[in-house]
Design a protein around this ligand. Structure first.
Ligand code: ADP
Ligand code: GLC
Length: 499
């Protein structure tokens, strides 16, 4: 008998056949534009899943996307519906092979500002039209009517901007399964009930069982009502959102999803670019036990943020400056940090009053607190690398990526025990957790951090543990894979009757 290489070949073939076609729909994509962690996840998760599935993205054609220098070929179009205008679908083939479909309509998406609003932070008044168009485009692609010659076997929508995809698909009585991932339940995409006709929503869907929410229409609620399965980005947050304290008014509906087995938590990971040895953003790389590079990055941060150089601990904040992140609590403990010989560096932007309060704090403590209202990736990474501790006292945190980035770069997070923070930080081992969203509870954790800082061997041991914590996407690939396979294999319940 001859041993031929036929078998491995067959194996490769069968793997290829097993690859499912997945359309991942998101309003952010960190390669081109991001406002927060949704952008990071949308860039990382499809890539992490690419060895198992044919993952393709659908994103809006914002100015930053169209002007990114990537070639875009027009491959299809979406007819309008009610007040939703017709759009074109472009295709970008990124150098690493990732295929990104871009929804193109200059009136909807080509504007200065963020994906959601103008440069003053005001939401665009037509966001309901813009993001309903995104959901509709996903439905058209899935029903084969967008003419792109590729039809997904599952649509994976993310957060409220993509949440109308499962709804439009259900209203068309499509059987293609859908997943909705909730990255943040607090942002729901609300608009007037009068918009029902404009958005082409069947009148029956404007009921409290479907998408009506306290006299408004909620995109996120529509996604929850119609998706085959709902995930959120950590186990703890999956439980929290079924309680009135964290449920943002949707906890009752989410509890029914738990009862039918349609809600689960899958933790986010961090991608391979978060490698302190080789990250090109850093002034100098480093690894566990070899802290020279960390010191060099710290010096950069001190100089750039106008901090005095000394031997005390350096605390960092890399965050959207919004209520969720407990920025007000950091404003309360900052004076104490300075009084004990610590320094604080802050980068981020967000709500105008919190931005102003942070800037004011910096002015009050020159040399001890350095604040940059704004954001740039290089400085953010150098802060993770150069700081000793990262402050993240979030009131709620669906997953949180910054605490994972900090750990990988040897900066120990000081965080509230909530959501993904509770799931990714080991208290006293890879960081510090505190329970209550109060100054006292927070200060106690800061105090423990100071104590560790003054015991260099313990500090070094904790840093090494944090840097080696298994926080990568590989941990999350298997549960997503299993979910996709189950849903495509027909194991899903449709609870909200398609209208
Ligand atoms: P969230 O998504 O709630 O802001 P995460 O911790 O999940 O929190 O993700 C934070 C990500 O967003 C990190 O990559 C961080 O560097 C980045 N980031 C933080 N603040 C800003 C900002 N103002 N603009 C853009 N990105 C930011
Ligand atoms: C949201 C959440 C954050 C999460 C991110 C990515 O922005 O606030 O906790 O890490 O989405 O899932």
């Amino acid at each position: 008998m001859v041993n031929t290489p036929v078998q491995p070949q067959l194996h490769v073939e069968s793997l290829r056949e097993q690859k499912k076609r997945i359309l991942f729909v998101s309003s952010e994509f960190a390669d081109l534009i991001k406002v927060g962690g949704l952008g990071d996840v949308s860039a990382a998760l499809p890539r992490a899943m690419a060895s198992r599935h044919d993952m393709r993205l659908l994103i809006p054609g914002y100015r930053q996307v169209l002007e990114s220098g990537q070639q875009i070929r027009i491959v299809g179009e979406v007819p309008g519906l009610a007040a939703l205008p017709p759009c074109k679908i472009g295709r970008m083939d990124l150098p690493d092979g990732l295929i990104v479909y871009v929804l193109i309509n200059p009136d909807l998406f080509e504007r200065d500002g963020t994906p959601y609003g103008d440069s003053q932070g005001r939401d665009w008044p037509d966001n309901h039209i813009r993001f309903a168009s995104l959901g509709l485009a996903a439905a058209e692609i899935a029903s084969g009517t967008a003419c792109i010659r590729w039809c997904p076997e599952l649509v994976h929508a993310n957060d409220w901007p993509a949440a109308m995809a499962p709804a439009y698909m259900a209203w068309r009585k499509m059987s293609t399964p859908t997943v909705l991932t909730i990255h943040n339940l607090a942002y729901q995409g609300l608009c007037d009930v009068q918009s029902c006709a404009e958005l082409g929503i069947p009148p029956q869907a404007c009921s409290s069982e479907a998408m009506e929410f306290y006299g408004k229409l909620s995109f996120l609620k529509a996604g929850i009502a119609y998706a085959s399965h709902i995930t959120t980005v950590s186990h703890t947050y999956a439980q929290e959102i079924t309680t009135p304290d964290f449920g943002c008014g949707l906890d009752g509906m989410l509890r029914t999803k738990v009862a039918t087995g349609q809600l689960s938590g899958i933790i986010n990971g961090i991608d391979e670019s978060w490698e302190p040895r080789s990250d090109p953003h850093l002034v100098e790389g480093f690894c566990a036990h070899e802290w020279h590079g960390k010191q060099v990055n710290r010096e950069y941060v001190e100089q750039t943020f106008g901090l005095e150089a000394d031997d005390g601990p350096l605390f960092g904040v890399v965050s959207r400056l919004v209520q969720q992140k407990g920025i007000d609590l950091t404003l309360c403990v900052a004076e104490e940090i300075v009084a004990q010989g610590g320094r604080l560096v802050v980068i981020g932007r967000g709500e105008p009053d919190l931005e102003a309060a942070m800037a004011e704090l910096g002015k009050k403590h020159p040399g001890r607190i350095g604040v940059h209202v704004g954001f740039n990736e290089t400085d953010a990474r150098r802060i993770f690398a150069g700081s000793d501790f990262l402050l993240m006292p979030s009131r709620f945190e669906p997953c949180g990526l910054s605490q994972m980035y900090a750990q990988r770069f040897g900066s120990l997070p000081i965080a509230r025990r909530t959501g993904g923070l509770a799931d990714t930080i080991e208290d006293g081992v890879t960081g510090f957790l505190f329970q209550e969203p109060t100054k006292e509870s927070y200060q106690e954790a800061v105090q423990r951090a100071f104590s560790v800082f003054h015991r260099p061997e313990l500090l070094s041991a904790m840093r090494c543990k944090a840097m080696n914590a298994p926080l990568c996407w590989q941990e999350s690939v298997a549960p997503y894979d299993e979910l996709y396979q189950q849903l495509i294999g027909g194991e899903h319940v449709i609870t909200a009757e398609p209208l």
